[in-house]
Write a protein that binds this ligand. Structure first.
Ligand code: IMP
Ligand code: MG
Length: 182
């Protein structure tokens, strides 16, 4: 039988209680900023799922949701910022106020591409919300309006974040033991 997931965690970086309080604060800011509007929240599969689920319940507005799945092309195309769309939206974005919901922003490449794509499709506005931000890793100049918190440059898993598709179901965010991926 497979070992316990917890055994691979070096340290809990963001406990469940902190995730709840960060999400509540983000929800309050978004609710205030989007009062009177009908935002479309777009969750980026699969990592943003737990955060998306908790975040929308912290925003008591008339909103709609949709999902996209994307994957980065190889290293060579990083310069163009192009990402591959694995699952596109069901909704049309024309004239909508959009909030892209991410689990973590690293290089910023994915969101740089998606923001421009949605604007080119006629979105009225596009803002970004992420639970976690790794500022030291950024290679793209992008404005992220809503950030739960910054974290140092560690590889983290849990609460949606994976390593090889594992650990997404941990209820907290933890630093993965380096021996797991080296
Ligand atoms: P970016 O385009 O480099 O900003 O990539 C962001 C994506 O990389 C996130 O949506 C995650 O899927 C993944 N990612 C970045 N850092 C981590 C991490 O520490 N753990 C797990 N996934 C990560
Ligand atoms: Mg992701």
């Amino acid at each position: 039988m497979r070992h316990e997931l917890e055994e691979d965690i070096l340290e809990v970086l963001v406990a469940k209680e902190e995730i709840i309080s960060l999400t509540k604060k983000l929800g309050e800011r978004i609710t205030k900023d989007y009062k009177g509007k009908r935002p479309l929240l777009i969750g980026i599969l699969k990592g943003a799922c737990p955060f998306m689920s908790d975040l929308i319940q912290a925003i008591p507005l008339d909103l709609t949701i949709d999902f996209m799945a994307v994957s980065s092309y190889g290293q060579s195309s990083k310069s163009t910022g192009e990402v591959r769309i694995l699952k596109d939206l069901d909704a049309t974005v024309e004239d909508r106020d959009i909030l892209i919901v991410e689990d973590i922003i690293d290089s910023g490449n994915t969101l740089f591409y998606l923001k421009n794509l949605l604007l080119s499709r006629g979105a009225k506005s596009v803002e970004l919300v992420t639970l976690l931000n790794k500022p030291d890793r950024r290679t793209r100049e992008i404005e992220v309006k809503y950030i739960g918190r910054d974290i140092p440059d560690h590889f983290v898993v849990g609460y949606g974040l994976d390593f090889n598709e594992t650990y997404r179901n941990l209820p907290y965010i933890g630093i993965l033991k380096p021996e797991v991926y080296s």
